[in-house]
Design a protein around this ligand. Sequence first.
Ligand code: SF4
Length: 479
Amino acid sequence: MKDFEKVQFSKTDFIHYLKCPKSLWLLKHKPNIYPYGEFSDYAKKISAEGYEVEKYAQTLLSAQPDADTYSFQSIFQTERGLYARADVTRDNGDGTINIYEIKSSTSVKRGSQHNQIKDAAFQKIAAIEAGAKVASIFIVHLNKHYVRECEIIPQELLVIEDVTSEVADVEAETRTEIEQAMAILGQQEIDENSCTCLTLTKSNHCDAFDYFNPDIPKPSIYNLPRISKAKIAGFIADGLFNLNEIELGEVTEKQALVLKSAQSNEPVIDQTVLAEFYSKAKYPIYFLDYETYSSAIPLVDGARPQAPIPFQYSLHVKRTPDEMNLLHHEYLAEDAAMPLALIKHMQNNIDATGSVVSWHAAFENTQNKNMAEFYPDMADFLNGLVERTLDLEDLFKEGYVDIAFGGSTSIKKVLPVLAPDLTYDGMDVASGTDAMEAWARFINMSVGAEKDQLRDAMLEYCKLDTYAMVRIFEEIKRV
Ligand code: SF4
């Protein structure tokens, strides 16, 4: 990037700067090596949802008696390069405008992750610098209590919140941050061999962590579960990143399990924990996994904004300890609908006795409880599932700890180690986010080969989720 002065600095850049100046510098100066990863995919989803909500906000404002005072997508560009596109502006008729920012969240997000107040402050500053007089600023967000019934009612779907004074409170600070951000972006070089997340836990690291910290070994102290910031700082002060250099006495009991595994390069197994888990598992065992869909605009009657609705499940049934040919049942909703048909399908395939096994079962149990609330007639069955559910992930917290899982208990980390012949790699649908995105396309496709192919890909993915559980369950049972 040769001359930053002539480059636009947008609101998206500013929010990126607030999250991490170095990451923004890398994106702007070296876009070819910037590691676009999961965070970028998530940002795309948020942005796509924003456009959807915007359509309803436009409908809402266009129906107001003062409809002709509203403008959509007004652009403010300033001498020094600030660039802001306001979702909606209102001409107040006295030389001032109001700015409306439309969000796909169900409340105003004030935390550092989204920082919608700073985001609005950037809009205001850009508008003022471009010559506008801003009277008020509003954030338009989704009403979390709205329940869809037939057509979407924009007046009920949306909440308009006045954030004028909150924005005023952070305006001076935001101006300073914009100046700092532009100064950093104007630098042709920065220190590319370290970054401030060095002292933070793994969950804070962005996709650029490895780029800025190429010398951190793998695995490292960041793979110790629930390690505190203070503990990380202590290790860094002593120059300790390599797990082989850390004493067992320096970490918590749970971290010590990962440490022992790293140092011995073997799994650490607690037979008591394993035995307790398997003693609770009663046959027939139902390995169950849901896929859910959540959208800013509720897809079907009965749904709320951003509330997940199960649209698919896979179920492997192991009737006896020695059974090799497991029954498999599956369901995929062909249309957007609340999950009544899915529940009935499950009722036909899950008997009144036996354990249900899920991975990260809190997710499946939340769906079961939500469905039980929505369908009181089905509550006994669904709440029964909750009571019968065992979480297979729990085994990997203390019963079977292997550094090969990278300090994680995600099935995506455990499966390649315990059943390397099974893989999600190369699948057309390979994650929950993929499944959600695929289903949104699927229900709008016309009948044909392309739809059939997508259906197969979705069924294959969910089936692998439960078959993976079966294999892991068996592998650990052998242990
Ligand atoms: S890992 Fe480094 S580049 Fe990424 S957010 Fe943290 S400080 Fe920024």
